[in-house]
Write a protein that binds this ligand. Structure first.
Ligand code: TRP
Length: 449
């Protein structure tokens, strides 16, 4: 621990909840969730996803927050503190490494979103070829590089300002704006003529749509969207005071994140169906299908602008949590000054993000199992690093530090919710087995498919 720099604490319960919800709510909810639902057939997948959030997401988010609050440390320090003289700190180190990888390409995608704010403001018109427009943007170099740099610059600026003056202040301003923008977009979408078909797709389950891959996708999505498996919630939990009940706070974060994901579906599917487009476009849903929707819809330019603004805001409040993990580690363990750590790490992450950015132009010859560089980074993060980190964190909390200690930490302060025996069973057995199974299926499917 660094004696020179006093460890900051969130100044209110709301500050912590909004910061953690800000981390959770991101590109994962607005860009990824709808296309994953879209490619998995809609409503039936939504149900599987909700079960995964409750049975797997809730125990793991509690475990991470509890490890962080008890140790008051970054992920590496937390494992060192709770299991001294063992190798468990390597799980924290894997998390810090994963933070580098995810933020590097996350910032590239966030950069696309920023470019599309400008694009939307100039107007989407029905004579545009949206697939070409998007391809044209990502295969160019200068503009994506510029936005990637701007996005990393914003992230570094917020983290440099600290936990309270940087992170907490930012989320208190941006999260309410995000909710309002989202509600406006939902209202626009469901009030379009022909919205019913999209609502049916989203809400009327047909279990014949499910495959093994759906379970896999649901659990992977639950991890990514809740920011689990790399120590982000350990880090945020480490700034939480003893007076807060973690079972409650984690419940709020989970609820807010799920609400935003579900609302994003309401903002997107009715509009997509109303205009006779298909919901299964995959990653291009946000950048290709939606602009086509905005081009046709009344006041589409305005709503398109709002949408990409919303997407960018969500990305900022998530990116800061990824950078904070790495910065907290360097500040705690290597005693660097926060600002310097944020700047140096920010520049390195920017550089790590350049190859996936060039994967559509200069480095387009690169191919790993048929994937471009950005998909390759994403594949390693979501198929290997996050599940592995989550699995080991669950084993650690359940068996090494112990489910009893974890639950005690979570319930420490008075609250409405409290966790007990069921939590123990989930974190000790259900979570590790479920994650182990999806990792095996995920890896097998990639190589077999
Ligand atoms: N949860 C964020 C999203 O849905 C992304 C994110 C932020 C994240 N921090 C993370 C994902 C830590 C995994 C781990 O966009």
């Amino acid at each position: 621990m660094n004696d020179l720099q006093e460890r900051e604490n969130w100044t209110s319960k709301l500050g912590f909840i909004l910061a953690a919800a800000g981390s959770a709510v991101g590109l994962g909810n607005i860009w990824r969730f709808p296309y994953v639902v879209g490619t998995n057939g809609g409503a039936a997948f939504l149900l599987v996803y909700l079960v995964a959030i409750i049975l797997i997401g809730y125990p793991v988010i509690i475990a991470e927050m509890s490890l962080g609050r008890n140790s008051q440390k970054n992920p590496v320090g937390a494992f060192k503190d709770l299991a001294p003289d063992t190798s468990w700190w390597l799980v924290g180190a894997l998390g810090v490494f994963t933070g580098f990888v995810i933020l590097s390409y996350y910032s590239v995608v966030a950069g696309w979103s920023m470019a599309y704010i400008v694009q939307a403001a100039n107007g989407f018109t029905s004579d545009m070829e949206f697939a070409n427009l998007f391809a044209g943007h990502i295969t160019s170099v200068g503009e994506p590089l510029l936005w990637h740099a701007v996005f990393m610059g914003i992230t570094v600026g917020i983290i440099s300002a600290g936990v309270v003056k940087g992170i907490q202040k930012t989320v208190k301003i941006l999260m309410p704006i995000l909710f309002i923008l989202l509600l406006v977009l939902v209202f626009r979408s469901v009030s379009l003529e022909g919205a019913e078909e999209g609502l049916a797709f989203y809400l009327a389950p047909d279990f014949g749509d499910l495959s093994w891959q759906s379970f896999n996708d649901a659990i992977a999505q639950a991890f990514f969207t809740l920011s689990l498996g790399m120590g982000a919630m350990i880090t945020y939990g480490s700034y939480l005071s003893e007076d807060e009940n973690i079972s409650d706070s984690a419940g709020y974060v989970l609820g807010l994140d799920t609400l935003v994901a579900v609302l994003s579906g309401f903002a997107i599917f009715p509009a997509v169906f109303a205009l006779g487009l298909s919901p299964d476009a995959g990653p291009g849903l946000t950048f290709i299908t939606l602009p086509a929707v905005f081009a046709e819809m009344p006041l589409g330019t305005f709503f398109g602008f709002l949408f990409f603004l919303l997407l960018t805001i969500a990305a900022v409040t998530s990116a800061i949590s990824l950078l904070e993990v790495v910065v907290a580690y360097i500040v705690d363990e290597h005693e660097w000054e926060r600002k310097k750590a944020a700047q140096v790490v920010g520049i390195i992450i920017f550089l790590v993000g350049v190859p996936p950015l060039l994967g559509y132009s200069a480095l387009s010859d690169f191919e790993f199992l048929g994937m471009d560089l950005l998909d390759t980074y994403d594949w390693f993060a979501n198929t290997i690093f996050l599940p592995l980190g989550g699995l080991l964190t669950a084993v650690f909390a359940g068996h090494i530090w112990g489910a009893r200690n974890t639950a005690e930490e979570a319930n420490k302060a008075e609250g409405t919710l409290s966790v007990g025996n069921l939590f123990g069973i989930l974190i000790k057995y259900v979570v590790p087995i479920a994650i182990g199974a999806i990792m095996i299926v995920g890896i097998w499917q990639t190589f077999a498919g």
